[in-house]
Write a protein that binds this ligand. Structure first.
Ligand SMILES: [Zn+2]
Length: 662
């Protein structure tokens, strides 16, 4: 999601309710204050030990994780093959679906029950939620439910059956799935597409963004077992990987775009549309595939039988499928150079699509394909080559804000050019975190939003040639930190007291923390570690410790003090030049650590004539609780000025005391 999206939503809605439901799930709570915790006024002191992570330590002992940050030799994760069919009636706004889910149990234990997410039950009457949700939408209406060939009945009990609690469905299987075995489930369902105002999708009468529309396996992993935290609206998702075959039936003339590759273009697209798409796959510019005059059956889409068309998509190694449809869309397309995505030594391309209504030109949607192409190409260079067949930006209901799905983003509302590039590149950044690197967004929002907010800044710097988005993130974090109310990053996304606290801890602070880490490690080492983390956990489920350990492994440094200060606490950084005095042929510079966060002190001494001497005092000088350190510098050539952290990498709460003379 885009950082602007959460700030646009009404503040504090539902949080009173949230407190009453805080027992949901089993997410890692805020780390306990340890006995070694420093006293007031004392900086981090010697307590640079991270709070215990019992689940992770157990996984290391079992060989599924390692202390180097790489997946362990016995790492495993589950897999699901989906065959889904749905028909959408745009008049009644009803979707009728049926699906076969084949769940592969790659864990070392037999599973007698499995859990399925019915995320659309966020809209059920009486549903628990902590965001605004439109009225009277209804939840998922389940039809046939069968597992292992046996029809199941709803209700509690010990025998085979199923039970729905909010957005989580438990299926008690007729027979346990042995380790290494599989089970097939068949489900039928109906749901109503919510109106504009629904989080992350819905319909506004013209455009339909269909998200969380099918029964989806919950994640069972080596750290927590089943992760069945309710979907309450605010915190996002944890999803497993799988392959999808999807068939979507719509009236003819309605363009459909979805996660996955369209496999029956000849049946659903007109000859003209296919010819233009083909040219877009080789074009250097943007191709208008469907223009205003083309928007009708026979010209944009093919002509259907009995007025309908069934669109077939195939998506491999994705954690979700969402799709969009409208009879009003224009369609722009081009392609992006992504490098060698499949490892065959040859350069690959991905298709780039933009679907939008003509009125959205006022929000620069005619630039969308260009923005997407730049973003995909930039992140392919900066992180890993984009491996999916396309990246598609869709103009959707306003309440989409900016929301990411595999290969897709739904963007709603009014945008200027800076804003539309920003939201587009942010959502496309999410293709890497969490789409390709599948972290748990609910329990560790910073692992996808924070990394993406940081990546967004890198892309904006490249696109707008020097635009300093990092400074915006730092300002947003620091102004919130100063006002109080900050909550640490290692916190469940549904347990923040305010949206402001959630947003700062999920977006602005972690983005600023990564800039600080880059300052600590140096650009090259940081970038190497960042990419290595993505490479190691591609299509897998990393935990925070895997990220910490990879950075330590690649850099060869113990960074516990860094994680502790910036992820587990709300300590603030305030480094100051306290005094500068003459002592013989030296200047004595007294630097003071006035906050509780610890960081190295990076001093730049500028001399007359322009020479700059840089020196770094390592962070460990503060470990013992010391608050001041005297640093000697030569008096000659004459010192003109001294500054701490002139690169402004570190989020220091008071920069005015970092410069001498003041
Ligand atoms: Zn986001």
């Amino acid at each position: 999601m885009d950082s602007r999206t959460f700030t646009r939503r009404s503040p504090l809605a539902g949080f009173v309710f949230l407190m009453a439901t805080s027992a949901c799930g089993g997410g890692r709570a805020a780390p306990p204050v340890t006995a070694a915790s420093p006293g007031a006024g004392n900086p981090a002191g010697s307590s640079v030990v991270l709070p215990a992570d019992v689940a992770f330590d157990r996984a290391v002992a079992r060989g599924t994780r390692t202390t180097t940050g790489a997946p362990g030799p016995k790492y495993w994760q589950q897999w699901t093959d989906y065959r889904l069919e749905a028909e959408l009636n745009p008049i009644s706004k009803r979707l009728t679906g049926q699906g076969t889910l084949t769940y592969h149990n790659r864990s070392p234990v037999a599973l007698a029950e499995v859990y399925v997410q019915l995320l659309h039950n966020l809209f059920a009457p009486g549903a628990r939620h902590n965001t605004d949700v439109p009225w009277s939408v209804e939840g998922v209406e389940l039809g046939r439910v069968a597992a292992q060939g046996q029809q199941l009945k709803p209700g509690e009990g010990d025998g085979a059956g199923y039970q729905v609690d909010g957005t989580i469905m438990q299926i008690r299987l007729p027979r346990p799935i042995p380790a290494g075995g599989s089970a097939t489930m068949e489900l039928g369902w109906k749901l109503r597409i919510p109106p504009d105002g629904a989080p992350r999708g819905g319909q506004d009468g013209e455009t339909y963004y269909i998200n969380y529309w099918y029964p989806q396996m919950a994640v069972y992993d080596d750290l927590s077992g089943w992760q069945i935290d309710q979907y309450l609206g605010n915190a996002e998702f944890y999803m497993g990987y799988g392959n999808y075959d999807v068939a979507l039936t719509l009236p003819e003339g309605w363009l459909v775009t979805s996660t996955g590759a369209l496999t029956n273009a000849a049946q659903v697209l007109s000859v003209q549309t296919r010819a233009r798409l083909d040219s877009a796959s080789r074009a250097t510019g943007i191709v208008r595939v469907v223009g205003e005059a083309d928007r009708k059956a026979g010209t944009s889409t093919a002509q259907g039988t009995s007025g309908k068309l069934t669109w077939r998509f195939r998506a491999d190694s994705v954690r979700d499928v969402s799709w969009a449809t409208s009879a009003k869309y224009l369609w722009d397309a081009t392609n992006a150079a992504v490098g060698d995505a499949n490892g065959d030594g040859r350069a690959d391309t991905a298709a780039i699509h933009a679907f939008y209504r003509p009125e959205l030109r006022a929000s620069h949607w005619d630039q969308s394909a260009r923005y997407s192409r730049h973003s995909v190409e930039f992140f392919s260079r900066y992180l890993l080559p984009y491996p999916y067949p396309h990246m598609t930006a869709v103009d959707g209901p306003t309440s989409c804000g900016g929301m990411e799905y595999p290969m897709m983003t739904c963007i709603g509302g009014q945008w200027d050019t800076l804003g539309l590039y920003e939201v587009t590149t942010h959502e496309i950044g999410h293709m890497w975190f969490p789409m390709l690197v599948g972290s748990d967004e609910k329990r560790h929002a910073w692992m996808d939003e924070g990394l993406t907010q940081f990546d967004q800044s890198q892309a904006m710097d490249d696109f707008f040639k020097g635009f300093d988005d990092e400074e915006r993130n730092r300002r947003n974090y620091l102004s919130f930190a100063e006002s109080g109310g900050e909550v640490e990053l290692m916190h469940h996304g549904d347990r923040y007291p305010t949206y402001g606290a959630y947003g700062v801890a999920s977006y602005y602070k972690p983005a600023s923390v990564l800039v600080a880490l880059r300052g600590v490690l140096g650009e090259e080492t940081f970038h190497k570690a960042f990419r290595e983390y993505a490479r190691r956990w591609l299509y897998k489920h990393p935990s925070p410790a895997d990220l910490f350990n990879t950075f330590e492994d690649v850099s060869g440094q113990d960074l516990s003090w860094f994680w502790r200060s910036w992820l587990y606490e709300t300590w603030k950084l305030d480094q100051a030049i306290d005094t500068v005095r003459t002592a013989g042929d030296s200047l004595e510079v007294v630097v003071e650590n006035r906050g509780r966060a610890i960081m190295p002190v990076r001093l730049a001494v500028t001399r007359t004539g322009g020479q700059v001497d840089s020196m770094t005092v390592p962070a460990n000088i503060w470990f013992g609780g010391e608050r001041r350190r005297t640093i000697r510098v030569a008096r000659q050539p004459l010192v003109k000025s001294i500054e701490i952290d002139p690169e402004k990498d570190f989020p220091d709460i008071d920069r005015s005391n970092q410069v001498w003379p003041r």
